[in-house]
Design a protein around this ligand. Structure first.
Ligand code: ADP
Ligand code: ADP
Length: 237
């Protein structure tokens, strides 16, 4: 069955959400970014969501994770409509069921990787011993076990990327979403990273949505979804 379902999604950034953009012309326009009639991701699928820069991939991820709400239409995650939840319910739901790695990682720089991860698990009610075991297991699998007690700010970009994955997997979410997780890697390391990621995704029975503009990743996936086939608004940045 579908673990993620989009129904007739429309999304535009309004001028008010553009914040302190210095480019007033861009900020003043309210243009449609996404018009997606339907999309479904089957349970335990590994999906490569591909598209050029500016095509709307990050925006779509923000809708899938409930970080932003569509102007119309519905996002169903594990059968539940995200917009039917209060924002605090939605935050809890995301923390429990969706692991997300953003492009900027969003690690807290002055905390160790272990503490960043424990913080992410704080509201999960996971027993301390179980949590420590999970951190141990995941950090070994991801090859960051030697850095778990280092501050995030002391790690290389590649190490931070893997640390962010550790943090996003610690609650064993059903869905794992990663935005450009290989941007810091060369081709050889990309392949190794994909193997490690797939092993963890299978071990934890997760559904994977990996988002990237890098078409060389397509070869590893049986499901490749180009966002331009979903989105009726043509990407032009
Ligand atoms: P991608 O992730 O595929 O590169 P994005 O979702 O980041 O695409 O961007 C899609 C379009 O939405 C681009 O034209 C981009 O400039 C615009 N956009 C992204 N974020 C914002 C924002 N916060 N406010 C206004 N426009 C935005
Ligand atoms: P990508 O295209 O790889 O997603 P971007 O450089 O487009 O990355 O976006 C980086 C950040 O800037 C994102 O958080 C995005 O939402 C925001 N952003 C992108 N375009 C705009 C825009 N036109 N106005 C305001 N924020 C934007």
């Amino acid at each position: 069955q579908a673990v993620i379902e989009l129904k007739d999604i429309h999304f535009s950034y309004s001028a008010s959400t553009s914040g302190s953009s210095s480019d007033n012309n861009v900020a003043a326009q309210q243009s449609l970014i996404l018009d997606i009639p339907s999309w479904a991701v089957p349970k335990k699928e590994k999906v490569f969501l591909h598209g050029a820069s500016g095509a709307g991939k990050s925006t779509l991820l923000n809708l899938l994770t409930g970080m932003r709400e569509p102007d119309r239409g519905e996002v169903l995650v594990m059968g539940t409509s995200l917009s039917s939840m209060s924002s605090s319910k939605r935050d809890q739901f995301r923390a429990k069921h969706i692991g997300v790695v953003f492009q900027q990682f969003n690690l807290i720089p002055y905390l160790s990787i272990r503490d960043n991860t424990r913080l992410a698990a704080h509201f999960s009610g996971t027993n301390d011993n179980v949590l420590l075991e999970r951190i141990d297991h995941l950090s070994h699998a991801l090859g960051v076990n030697e850095f778990v007690d280092k501050k995030a700010s002391e790690l290389s970009v590649g190490q931070q990327q893997r640390a962010a994955i550790l943090r996003a997997m610690v609650n064993e979410p059903e869905i794992f979403i990663a935005d450009e997780p290989t941007s810091a890697l060369d081709d050889q390391n990309k392949q190794r990273f994909i193997e490690v990621l797939f092993n963890l995704v299978e071990e934890l029975s997760m559904t994977l949505v990996l988002v990237s503009h890098d078409s060389s990743l397509a070869q590893y996936f049986s499901t490749v979804q180009d966002i331009s086939e979903l989105n009726k608004v043509m990407g032009a940045s």
